[in-house]
Ligand binder design. Structure first.
Ligand code: URA
Length: 187
């Protein structure tokens, strides 16, 4: 089992897929490494994230942060990462072989964080983490027990920028995540 420092060193020198060729940064994650027992997982870095080396720092990230703040999510309870850690060119979806190469790094983060809850943000993360045929409109708001960790999904924050009508469900999904985290899954 790696330490965080060993993991971050390994991740930042990763050359397991073609996305390493054009990246400026390996975007590892942000949030609480020690007590982040809610793990949010997006798709992959965009241009801003690639430049800054931090996930969700663009427009979609600001919206995501705004919702987390509005719901008073304590910063110490979550950590944010992506399915792939290097930016796919032109923000295309990551290819299956890129996801397979990179998911090893996300598994290491999972082992280090030991999350109680994993939240897939959008379709790419839902397919990678919940089920290959997951459709976001069907799986969002549902809960899946995988070896004692509860997995759920909601819309990708970028989808809210395109469709204002999704904000309400997104907000309620996050509210439910907070409730389950603090109040548990009984009853
Ligand atoms: N979209 C993602 O999926 N992840 C980021 O880090 C930024 C935008």
């Amino acid at each position: 089992m790696l330490t965080w420092n060993e993991f971050e060193k390994l991740a930042s020198s990763c050359r397991s897929c073609r996305l390493c060729e054009k990246r400026n940064s390996v975007v590892i994650g942000r949030g609480s490494r020690e007590t982040g027992r809610i793990l949010f997982v997006g798709e992959g870095p965009g241009e801003n994230e690639d430049r800054e080396g931090i996930p969700f720092v663009g427009q979609a990230g600001r919206l995501f942060d705004f919702a987390l703040e509005a719901l008073e999510f304590p910063e110490e309870v979550y950590y944010i990462a992506n399915v792939v850690k290097c930016r796919p060119p032109q923000n295309r979806d990551p290819a299956q072989d890129e996801i397979e190469a990179c998911i090893k790094l996300l598994r290491q983060q999972f082992l280090l964080l030991k999350p109680k809850i994993v939240v897939a943000l959008g379709s790419v993360a839902s397919k990678a983490l919940i089920s290959p045929d997951a459709q976001i409109s069907r799986v969002r708001g549902q809960w899946f027990d995988k070896g004692g960790t509860m997995f759920t999904a909601t819309y990708h924050p970028a989808a809210l920028l395109r469709n204002d009508g999704l904000k309400h469900d997104f907000y309620n999904d996050l509210k439910e995540v907070k409730k389950r985290f603090f109040e548990g899954f009984g009853a």
